[in-house]
Design a binder for this molecule. Structure first.
Ligand code: GLA
Length: 409
């Protein structure tokens, strides 16, 4: 259910080598022991890409790999942050003077944005917090981190936030493979441009249907207001939006607003100077991807004999739509997906924001070992940089549990 707080789990540190190591580093750094530890899992989105910020349900699961934080409350207003990776420098600041420099990306900003978020508002805190970084995210990552349960993926619906179990079929494993291309979505405008394109498509579709377009922000709002199916929305997109990119002039003309209004009332900070937007392709991706998420869940629930095949096809369609319509892939991801399909995946797709990062592939369990061996050879073996990352870059995973606080028993 939505709103469950992350759990706390008494643990014996001697049985938790990573926590023990973290405790030692903490003592070496600060001269005293942590009072508690926090873990938050990584996540993989199985299907439903770039639709959470449009209001549509997505289907991620938490993975077993996680990030750990050791904490000691202090009696003054100074926050001191240190990272076990020496690449990331120590940082301290007063809680009363939190400055987040959006133009300079620093690791501690992810901690500071949480702190700033708490000070502003408690509800749906993590999703809103991330916006202080500068990205207009939709809340998938934060929701699955809090709401995940071991052994099940989740359908995450937004407004109101709700999580429903989706039991994945036995007989297939999900494999994550890192393309080893880094795309920093806070430091670039790729991500926000897509969010803005969806927002603009929302406004143009709303206006053409006589809705109060100024109040509409997400593509899902249009569907809800019109009370039609996702398939009908796809027809409306074909009727209303043209495939050629829209210039800002054309958008302003359609909405009857000035360029200044467009910039100050609709566009985000880092998309102010973008001059063309693709609305038709982006809306098409969102409505079709939203339908694929519901179909994926239905197949998991009904579990027909060919479930794995059907789910694989949906993942492949999702990937093609991400690549062609949403244009959030990159050559390395394309190559990795091809390799994964070639070596036995029934479905393979980019996962998360894209333009780099990882793929997720569904692989029949009996082919898993040869799959891992062959993908390793084909994608990672001949590249020194990729080889260095390889051990953490290719692995099968199961749905893991959500965020929790550790207390020393
Ligand atoms: C990132 C964002 C999510 C979501 C995905 C794309 O991971 O943080 O909110 O939009 O991209 O599906």
């Amino acid at each position: 259910m939505a709103g469950d707080a992350p759990s706390s789990l008494p643990v014996q540190l001697v049985e938790q080598p990573r926590l023990l190591k973290l405790k030692e580093s903490f003592i070496a750094k600060f001269g005293s022991a942590p009072k508690f530890y926090v873990r938050a899992p990584g996540r993989v989105n199985l299907i439903g890409e770039h639709i959470d910020y449009c209001g549509y349900a997505v289907l991620p699961m938490a993975i077993e790999q996680d990030i750990l934080i050791a904490v000691e409350p202090v009696n003054n207003d100074v926050v001191q942050l240190a990272n076990t990776n020496s690449l990331y420098l120590d940082f301290s600041t007063s809680v009363n003077d939190i400055q987040i420099n959006k133009t300079k990306l620093q690791w501690h900003n992810y901690f500071l944005c949480g702190l700033k978020g708490i000070q502003v508002e408690l509800a749906e805190i993590c999703t809103k917090s991330e916006r202080y970084i500068g990205t207009e995210g939709g809340g998938m990552d934060q929701s699955i981190s809090f709401l995940a349960e071991e052994g099940t993926a989740k359908l995450i619906e937004f407004s109101p936030l709700r999580a429903t179990d989706v039991r994945l079929p036995s007989g297939a494993a999900f494999v994550i493979a890192n393309s080893c291309v880094e795309m920093n979505k806070a430091a670039t405008s790729h991500y926000n441009i897509r969010v803005m394109e969806c927002r603009l498509a929302t406004k143009l579709l709303s206006k053409s249907k006589g809705l109060d377009w100024k109040k509409m922000l997400r593509l899902q709002d249009v569907q809800a207001k019109l009370g039609v199916s996702l398939e009908e929305m796809l027809t409306i997109v074909e009727e209303v939006l043209h495939p050629e990119p829209y210039s800002t002039e054309e958008i302003c003309k359609c909405l009857g607003i000035s360029l200044e209004d467009l910039r100050s009332q609709i566009l985000s900070q880092n998309t102010q100077d973008v001059s063309t937007f693709k609305l038709h392709q982006r809306a098409k991706h969102v409505y079709s991807e939203a339908a694929r998420v519901l179909e994926f869940k239905k197949i998991c629930n009904e579990a027909p004999a060919n479930a794995i095949q059907l789910l694989g096809e949906l993942m492949n369609q999702s990937y093609i739509s991400c690549r062609e319509m949403y244009e959030c892939s990159c050559p390395e991801l394309d190559r990795l997906v091809d390799i994964c399909l070639q070596f036995g995946a029934v479905g393979s797709r980019l996962t998360g924001a894209g333009w780099g990062g990882c793929t997720v592939s569904m692989v029949p369990t009996d082919k898993l070992n040869t799959f891992l061996k062959n993908v390793k050879k084909a994608y990672y073996q001949n590249d020194v940089q990729k080889l260095a990352l390889k051990n953490n870059s290719l692995f099968a995973t199961k749905p893991g549990r959500g965020a929790l606080v550790f207390v020393e028993a």
